[in-house]
Design a protein around this ligand. Structure first.
Ligand code: SF4
Length: 368
């Protein structure tokens, strides 16, 4: 059946996308503006659809701390490697993190050394594994923002309900608004507005971002993920730059004012905020989420006595500056030479949502 125009994704309509890009180029601007996208999926789609080429020279898009694997501190990666070396432990995790280098190799390296590390597509698959293989300690290694945390917590809830004793979590969960606040509070912040993450906002709601205009007088737009969504969001940012800044929800088909109450309730029930370390951004108050004390029996760090050690960034890698919007992947001397997807030096090249990986795959000929 031929899809109707309503159902057909708008990014397949070049007339709409080109028209929106033309509108962006026509907005008179006093100076070059720098907007940040705070979501790895936006980063990838901006590169994938070639949107930088359409924006003209007056608008620059920089990537922010929107890729959960990329922002995970090297010390936490080392902790995951330490866990994988524990006897009798099976680590289950998403494929994205497998190649992220720690101080001594990656999870792929450990797997090659014979550790039991398995790639899964959902936390529930890890729980199924624990149910089937009672003689093993199965740990789900979780990275992510507010978007993916509820699914992990539902799995934990299930494990507790079924009393599955050989299942636990090693989680490095993070909250995005504190990271954006920390960026804006930085002395040398040169960001004129934000394209905010649609997925995260589906959970936390539009209001969670109000501080951007209330405390920093900057505009922000919650946007969806096709080319038309992103370009419309940028156009709205430009209009607000000339007028009153606010946080606009341009993704109302998924995002509400208050967010998803069921998901937020899960977060409040099981987790509490703490000052987490981010790659490149340092320690940010209330930006991490860890299990409350009563759920510590399911915390793999407690169960196996893991303690974080100091870890240095990979030599020559400027992921930290890229995650702060201070540099582009092309500024890194290792980009596309020593560092490539098949031999990544830093996480921004490994992850499918990393800026370096996206630029390498889609944008090497159109880099700014
Ligand atoms: S190109 Fe590689 S080494 Fe350079 S910043 Fe990106 S991930 Fe790090």
């Amino acid at each position: 059946m031929q899809p109707t125009d309503n159902l057909w994704p708008r990014f397949t309509r070049p007339d709409y996308t080109q028209g929106m890009a033309a509108k962006i180029r026509e907005v008179p601007l006093p100076r070059k503006l720098r907007f940040m996208e705070v979501c790895g999926t936006h980063t990838v789609n901006i590169a994938r659809f070639g949107l930088r080429n359409l924006l003209g020279r007056a608008v620059e898009m920089v990537s922010g701390p929107g890729c959960p694997v990329c922002v995970t501190h090297g010390a936490d990666i080392d902790l995951a490697l330490e866990l994988a070396r524990e006897k009798g432990v099976t680590v289950a995790t998403f494929g994205d993190v497998m190649g992220v280098p720690g101080s001594d190799g990656s999870l792929w390296t450990e797997k090659a050394r014979g550790r039991d590390i398995r790639v899964v597509y959902s936390p529930r698959a890890a729980l199924d594994m624990a149910r089937r293989e009672r003689g093993k300690q199965v740990v789900f290694l979780a990275f992510g923002f507010e978007t993916t945390i509820p699914a992990v917590l539902l799995t934990l809830e299930r494990a507790m309900f079924e009393k599955i004793p050989n299942f636990s979590l090693l989680a490095f969960h993070k909250r995005t608004p504190p990271a954006v606040r920390a960026l804006l509070a930085g002395k040398d912040c040169k960001i004129d507005g934000f394209i905010l993450p649609g997925h995260v906002s589906t959970v936390i709601g539009r209001r969670a971002w109000d501080f951007i205009d209330e405390d920093f007088s900057l505009p922000a737009v919650i946007a969806g993920f096709d080319a038309a969504d992103i370009l419309s969001g940028i156009h709205e940012l430009l209009k607000m730059t000339a007028g009153k800044p606010r946080v606009l929800n341009a993704y109302r088909r998924a995002v509400t004012e208050e967010g998803n109450p069921r998901a937020l309730h899960l977060l409040e029930t099981y987790l509490k905020p703490f000052a987490a370390s981010w790659r490149g951004l340092g320690v940010i108050p209330d930006s991490g989420l860890k299990l409350k004390e009563e759920f510590h029996p399911f915390d793999a760090a407690k169960r196996f006595g893991l303690t974080p050690q100091k870890a240095a960034a990979p030599r020559g890698c400027i992921c930290g500056d890229i995650l702060k919007g201070k540099s582009f992947p092309s500024d890194c001397p290792l980009f596309a030479g020593t560092c490539r997807p098949d031999q990544a030096v830093g996480p921004c090249m490994v992850s499918s949502e990393g800026a370096c990986g996206a630029y390498y795959k889609y944008g090497r000929r159109v880099l700014p």
